[in-house]
Design a protein around this ligand. Structure first.
Ligand code: LAC
Length: 221
């Protein structure tokens, strides 16, 4: 099979580690950082799905802030505006997974690289700039007002990159996003760092890898 003309990456959880916030959470609430980070992320995602089904889009930055407030309340952690602001700031400089910068540099030759994310521009643009990462396009669902895995979202990449769906390689660590992209018609690599079981939706990504560093070789096969 020919190598994809464009590679499109999910952002949060794939390139950037959302649980990089744990350290700051720990500093505020010792012993509770990991639990807070897990619930924060879980609610952030759940509400994107709920809002999309209800057609009640708001930017991901708002969803993320509201999910943080909910998670603190649910866990009984006192949280003021200053702590919310500090943790939202952390989201603008989340660590990349260690292999990401090198892998992106190796993947760049001869093809377009893009991000397609739920993240609104006020979140994703500063984060990409913080790490000095170079992409041909940083695409956000914000331009159409519905979250992944709505098919319209994946269509953004086809339209904006000018590449047919079958020529797009989509890369995500979020199993539900990988399958959303596969359902749409992309070739999909699921970055399954945690060796999690596949979501049971009757179809599968084209490949499963343990990290982004394995992608250049997978594309060459
Ligand atoms: C994103 C979410 C799925 O970056 O993490 O789109």
């Amino acid at each position: 099979m020919t190598s994809p003309a464009a590679l499109v990456f999910d952002a949060y959880g794939t390139l950037f580690d959302v649980h990089a916030v744990v350290e700051r959470c720990e500093a505020f609430w010792p012993g509770r950082g990991a639990a807070l980070s897990q619930l924060w992320r879980a609610k952030q995602l759940e509400w994107t799905w709920q809002r999309s089904l209800m057609r009640r889009y708001v930017p991901f930055s708002q969803v993320t802030r509201e999910a943080l407030g909910y998670a603190c309340e649910a866990l009984g952690l006192a949280c003021d505006d200053a702590r919310v602001a500090a943790l939202m700031q952390e989201y603008l400089r989340l660590a990349t997974y260690p292999e990401v910068p090198d892998a992106l540099a190796r993947l760049r030759a001869g093809r377009k690289l893009a991000i397609l994310t739920n993240g609104s521009p006020d979140m994703i643009d500063p984060l990409v700039a913080h790490h000095g990462l170079r992409f041909d396009a940083v695409l956000s669902v914000d331009e159409i007002g519905i979250f992944k895995p709505a098919p319209e979202v994946y269509e953004i990449a086809v339209r904006r990159l000018g590449v047919a769906a079958a020529d797009v390689g989509f890369v995500s660590s979020n199993g539900w996003d990988a399958l959303g992209a596969k359902s749409f018609g992309f070739r999909v690599w699921w970055i399954n760092r945690a060796a999690a079981p596949l979501e049971r939706l009757d179809f599968a990504p084209d490949g499963q890898l343990r990290g982004l560093g394995e992608l250049p070789d997978a594309l060459a096969r």
